[in-house]
Design a protein around this ligand. Structure first.
Ligand code: NDP
Length: 304
C-alpha cells in the first residue's frame, strides 16, 4: 500500500511511518520542507494528489508549544495549520481521478466538554463550547468529502487523547521535571486524563488505512474512533504512577492559576480539566490495545 502522511515528520508520524514500513508499505510525507521521500503542501496544491492508496493528516502547530505565548497569532496558527492542511488533502482527494481507498484525520478529544462524571463515546452528541472544541469542529469539517468522493474513499476520524511516548508530546516535556523530583498533580488532580500510547495510536491509524471490506456499504459520514486507552485515569493517578515508576516524589502540585498564567487560561484547560473518554467503537472494531493500562504504557516509555 502507498500511504501519504501530512505532518508525518512529527511525533505520531514517525511512529506511524516506522509501523507502516515494517509492514512493507511505502510512505511519502507531506511537509512544509522539501526533502527525500517528501512532497510539500505547495506541490500538493499545484500538482494534485500523487498516486496513493491511503492518506492521513497529522499536521498541526503544537498546542502546548512552550516557546509560544498564547496570543491571537498563535491561535490563528493552531487553526490554519490544521484546517488549511486538512482541506488541501480532502480537496486533492476529491479532485483525484484515482483517489485512495482510505482517508484518515487525527483530531482530538477536546470536542467533549470536560466533566468529572460524564462519559463520552464516539456516539456522544457535542457542540462547541470553547476555542479548542471550535477548533475540532472546523478541523473535522475540513476533512469531510463531498458525496461523490465519499463513495470511493472511506473517511475516518480518530479523536486522540494525550499521546504518550518517549520521543514527543507531553511526556517529552514532563520527564525531566519528574526525574528531578519536581513532578506534581496539575490543578485539582481529580480531572480525568484521557491518554493513549503512541504505538496504539499508530496501530489504530494503520488499521483505519486498510481497504474497506467488500461488504461495507459506502458511508457518506466519517467513521469516528476515540483514540484513547480503555483505562480511565485521573491526573492524580497518572502523576502518582509516573512518580512510582521513576521512584521520584510527586509532592509539588502545580496550582491552576500558575498554569493559566504560564499558558493562558484557554490553553491551560488541556491540563487542568479533562474528559472520561471511552474507545467504544475502537474496541468494537476489533482493535487490540498493546498498552491498555497506564502502568504497562509508562513502564515501556520510561524503560526504553
Ligand atoms: P507534532 O507537534 O509532532 O507536529 C506534526 C507535524 O505538523 C510537524 O512535524 C510539522 O511537519 C507539522 N506542523 C507543525 N507546525 C505546523 C504549522 N504551523 N503549519 C503546518 N504544519 C505544521 O504533532 P504530533 O505528531 O504530536 O500530533 C499529530 C496530530 O495529532 C496533530 O494534528 C495533533 O494536533 C494531533 N493530536 C496530538 C496529540 C498529542 O498528544 N501529541 C493529542 C491529540 C491530538 P513539517 O515540519 O514536516 O511541516
Amino acid at each position: 500500500m502507498r500511504v501519504l502522511i501530512g505532518g508525518g515528520s512529527g511525533f505520531v508520524g514517525r511512529e506511524l511511518t516506522r509501523l507502516l514500513r515494517d509492514k512493507g508499505h511505502e510512505v511519502t510525507l507531506i511537509s512544509r520542507q522539501p526533502g527525500p521521500g517528501r512532497i510539500t503542501w505547495k506541490e500538493l496544491e499545484s500538482r494534485g494528489l500523487p498516486p496513493c492508496d491511503g492518506a492521513v493528516n497529522l499536521a498541526g502547530e503544537n498546542v502546548l508549544n512552550p516557546l509560544r505565548w498564547w496570543n491571537e497569532r498563535y491561535k490563528k496558527d493552531l487553526f490554519s495549520s490544521r484546517i488549511d492542511t486538512t482541506k488541501a488533502l480532502s480537496e486533492a482527494i476529491a479532485a483525484s481521478s484515482s483517489p485512495p481507498h482510505s482517508w484518515v484525520l487525527v483530531s482530538g478529544v477536546a470536542c467533549y466538554k470536560p466533566s468529572l462524571t460524564a462519559e463520552y463515546t464516539e456516539d456522544s452528541e457535542w457542540t462547541p463550547f470553547d476555542l479548542l472544541s471550535q477548533l475540532v469542529k472546523e478541523w473535522e469539517a475540513a476533512a469531510f468529502l463531498p458525496e461523490n468522493a465519499a463513495k470511493t474513499t472511506k473517511q475516518v476520524v480518530i479523536r486522540a487523547g494525550a499521546v504518550l511516548g518517549r520521543d514527543g508530546g507531553a511526556m517529552k516535556q514532563m520527564l525531566l521535571p519528574f526525574w528531578l523530583g519536581l513532578g506534581g498533580t496539575l490543578g485539582s488532580g481529580s480531572q480525568p486524563f484521557p491518554w493513549i500510547h503512541v504505538s496504539d495510536l499508530a496501530g489504530i491509524i494503520a488499521r483505519s488505512l486498510e481497504p474497506p471490506a467488500n461488504t461495507e456499504a459506502p458511508n457518506p459520514s466519517p467513521q469516528v474512533y476515540n483514540g484513547v486507552a480503555p483505562a480511565i485515569t485521573t491526573n492524580h493517578e497518572f502523576t502518582k504512577e509516573l512518580g512510582r515508576i521513576l521512584r521520584r516524589p510527586t509532592i509539588l502540585p502545580v496550582p491552576e492559576f500558575v498554569l493559566s498564567a504560564m499558558l493562558g487560561s484557554e490553553r491551560a484547560v488541556i491540563l487542568t480539566q479533562g474528559q472520561k473518554v471511552i474507545p467504544l467503537k475502537t474496541l468494537e472494531s476489533g482493535y487490540q490495545f498493546k498498552y491498555p493500562d497506564l502502568t504497562l504504557a509508562l513502564k515501556q516509555i520510561v524503560g526504553s
